[in-house]
Design a protein around this ligand. Structure first.
Ligand SMILES: O=C(O)CCC(=O)C(=O)O
Ligand SMILES: [Fe+2]
Length: 160
């Protein structure tokens, strides 16, 4: 799902409403924005964004996401290298990134629950994706306190 603007993964475009039922995208809660902007300000090499899009992805333990570039934001946002800020919650993902769409050449890192990843400036158009989600790796306190189901939640904040 997405907050702020609707993201249509089929058309790869943003709009005010969901095409299949016309629902408005909910606004991004201020508390969410605050977390993203605080993370953004610690990465002082990147410009500060005022996020107007938050895409929420849920991955089951068999979920993956192929290597892709995020280049559907406005031309001015991309030219300025405005960062997107990604926050991971739940099970650990193996995240891959690189200069090409070739999985074998990509660098792989673990994104654990609570990790923040920021792609901005020259790294804004890196190819990236999720090779797999590691079963039963979420912190036990998170499972106990929230009842979060198996899998991983990822929030990406962007400025269109
Ligand atoms: O789940 C992730 O860590 C990456 C998500 C992503 O690349 C996207 O939403 O465009
Ligand atoms: Fe992406």
């Amino acid at each position: 799902m997405s907050l702020g603007k609707n993201w249509d993964p089929t058309a790869r475009s943003y709009g005010p409403t969901r095409p299949f039922d016309g629902a408005q995208a909910p606004t991004i809660p201020d508390a969410f924005k605050m977390i993203a902007q605080t993370a953004n300000s610690t990465a002082s090499e990147f410009p500060q964004i005022n996020p107007d899009i938050c895409i929420v992805n849920y991955y089951t333990n068999s979920g993956k996401l192929g290597l892709h570039q995020d280049k559907d934001e406005s031309e001015s946002s991309l030219t300025k290298g405005l960062p997107f800020i990604s926050i991971s919650i739940g099970d650990t993902a193996e995240f891959m990134f690189g200069d090409t769409r070739d999985k074998d050449q990509a660098t792989k890192i673990n994104l654990e629950s609570g990790d923040v990843l920021i792609l901005g400036g020259e790294s804004r158009l890196l190819f990236h994706g999720v090779s797999h989600v590691k079963t039963n790796t979420a912190p036990s306190w998170l499972k106990e306190e929230t009842g979060i189901r198996p899998g991983r939640i990822n929030l990406t904040f962007r400025q269109y």
